[in-house]
Design a protein around this ligand. Structure first.
Ligand code: GLP
Length: 244
């Protein structure tokens, strides 16, 4: 595991974007796993800026969603499909046919999960970007998810529903289920870049860096990944032991 500590959110976002851009230069048809949330939005801004300045070309890049609420309208402002279009895809030259989405309106969600899993196993992503939940979830793999879990429908924990309800009118309107890549699916990525910013992520980062693998902190599954880069700002590492 490589840990890069940035002085603040902006620096973290710039570092992450630079890593992605460098990989695209090496491999123009890069397969990129795309998360949502507040954490990666600065990185997407940097990627869009690089595209506008002609420093990045997404014309051959393939993108894959990490997770999505279920059920939700794709056009809902709170859907992750909307987020990715609005923050990233609509502003760069990625081809529509190269954007691999999870359909949150599917009438056959189990089939949706099986097909998405198959797609990712056949062609694992080159880079999976990840954020982390306050409770250590990755994607929507909540505490006590199996480390060998696959793409599936999950029930969200009270804590995550509460965290995410800030985006909805009230807690009742916040979705209670999602479709997420499983932990094993995430681990099949060739490289993982995990981003963390802010004091509320420090407990999760401490578990990832200082503690053992522990199902109650899903992020610790990443300790076994051979090519993991953690980019965290100073606030997110404030609980780390000095020796690290
Ligand atoms: C959601 C997403 C995760 C994300 C997490 C943290 O639950 N499913 O993929 O990492 O939120 O979000 P934020 O970056 O807004 O703190």
């Amino acid at each position: 595991m490589m840990v890069i500590i940035s002085k603040n959110y902006n620096e973290m976002s710039k570092r992450a974007a630079k890593l992605v851009i460098d990989e695209i230069l090496k491999k123009p048809n890069l397969r990129l796993g795309c998360p949502t949330g507040q954490t990666p939005s600065g990185m997407y801004k940097e990627l869009v800026k690089a595209y506008k300045e002609k420093k990045a070309d997404f014309s051959k890049v393939h993108a894959y969603m990490l997770d999505e609420y279920y059920p939700i309208k794709k056009t809902s402002k709170n859907s992750y499909n909307y987020y990715l279009n609005d923050n990233f895809f609509n502003h760069v030259n990625i081809k529509k046919e190269n954007i691999n989405t999870i359909n949150p309106e599917s009438k056959t969600p189990k089939k949706e999960c099986v097909n998405y899993e198959k797609k990712l196993r056949k062609n694992p992503v080159d880079i999976q970007i990840l954020g982390v939940g306050v409770n250590g979830h990755i994607g929507f793999n909540e505490p006590n998810s199996n480390f060998n879990s696959k793409t599936r429908i999950v029930n969200l924990t009270e804590s995550t529903i509460k965290q995410n309800s800030r985006f909805f009118k009230n807690k009742e309107q916040a979705p209670k289920q999602t479709i997420t890549l499983g932990i094993e699916t995430i681990m099949s990525a060739k490289k993982i870049i995990l981003l963390a910013s802010g004091k509320n992520k420090t407990e999760a980062i401490k578990h990832l860096i200082n503690e053992k693998e522990d199902k109650s902190w899903p992020v610790t599954a990443l300790r076994k990944h051979k090519n993991l880069i953690v980019i965290a700002d100073k606030d997110a590492v404030s609980l780390l032991r000095q020796s690290n």
